[in-house]
Design a protein around this ligand. Structure first.
Ligand code: ATP
Length: 270
């Protein structure tokens, strides 16, 4: 008996307009977008487009977001799995799920398969073991490699994978024809943080006095996911306080709450 078939994500389309502060990285994936839009153009010329791209960088920097935006820009189906979900599966199930996933993706190609937390199954094998081990993790990994090795360029499936521990990945994954394109997604700098704050305050009424520039300056080390959370916490505080718009003190108190991990009377403020 099989679990449900994989289905592409539905819901609102994500585009590059939703991704901020990592423009260089967007540049690096535009070729993939172009290929997915017009695979024929590449096929005719016999041009080999990378079919495995590894997005590496710390948690919350927007790797998943970027992968979704590539699909959104190209207007192709986006299949997403987290490699960690294979870990607890009964032996053999992972590999068959991977086969199903790729079958579905090929059926509706051009399409994207996104594998989050690739390191969960892709870490280097210890003890000089050779490829073809028999635990579930290895079988699943091997099935992914088999699928990618089987691509002859006409499938139109691009595999994007994310990891925040690229250095522990098995070298077998990085061979030509597999994840041979590596894109590093770094935490945003000052300007990047301001741009990310702009994205996340788009639908939020913000008081005229609020300076996103200052907020960006006050949030060194924060990544996109943190900044999104900050804006939401500020909006929640503003609502609780009965403000019509999110004010500067809502932002600064939200930041304090996040940074110090304390609510310090904020809940008591009317
Ligand atoms: P993880 O490694 O934990 O899976 P990730 O790098 O895949 O993290 P995302 O899941 O894409 O990060 O980020 C979480 C959310 O944070 C995104 O859905 C988005 O709302 C926001 N975010 C992260 N990075 C950015 C960014 N560069 N621009 C705009 N929003 C961002």
């Amino acid at each position: 008996s099989r679990a449900k078939l994989y289905e592409p994500e539905s819901g609102p389309r994500t585009t590059f307009a939703d991704v901020a502060g990592i423009e260089e990285v967007e540049q690096e994936v535009t070729e993939i977008v172009d290929f997915l839009r017009e695979p024929e153009k590449y096929r005719r010329l016999g041009a080999q487009v990378p079919h495995g791209v590894l997005l590496s960088g710390p948690p919350g920097t927007g790797k998943t977001l970027l992968a979704r935006a590539v699909a959104g820009e190209a207007k192709v189906p986006f299949f997403s799995i987290s490699a960690s979900e294979f870990i607890e599966m009964i032996v053999g199930v992972g590999a068959s799920r991977v086969r199903d996933l790729f079958d579905q993706a090929k059926k509706v190609a051009p399409s994207i398969v996104f594998i989050d937390e690739l390191d969960a199954i892709g870490r280097a094998r210890g003890g000089g073991q050779s490829l073809g081990g028999n635990d579930e993790r290895e079988q699943t990994l091997n099935q992914i490699l088999t699928e990618m090795d089987g691509f002859n360029g006409s499938e139109g499936v691009v595999v994007l994978a994310a990891t925040n521990r690229a250095e522990i990945l098995d070298a077998a994954l990085l061979r030509p024809g597999r994840f041979d394109r590596r894109v590093t997604v770094s935490p945003p700098d000052l300007v990047g943080r301001r741009k990310i704050l702009e994205v996340h305050t788009r639908g939020v009424p913000v008081a005229p006095g609020v300076g996103l520039e200052d907020l960006a300056a006050a949030t060194p080390g924060m990544v996109g996911a943190d900044l999104k959370n900050l804006v939401n916490e500020a909006a929640l505080l503003a609502a609780r306080r009965g403000h019509d718009v999110v004010q500067n003190n809502d932002f600064t108190d939200a930041l304090e709450k996040i940074v110090l991990g304390t609510v310090r009377g904020i809940m008591l403020t009317p």
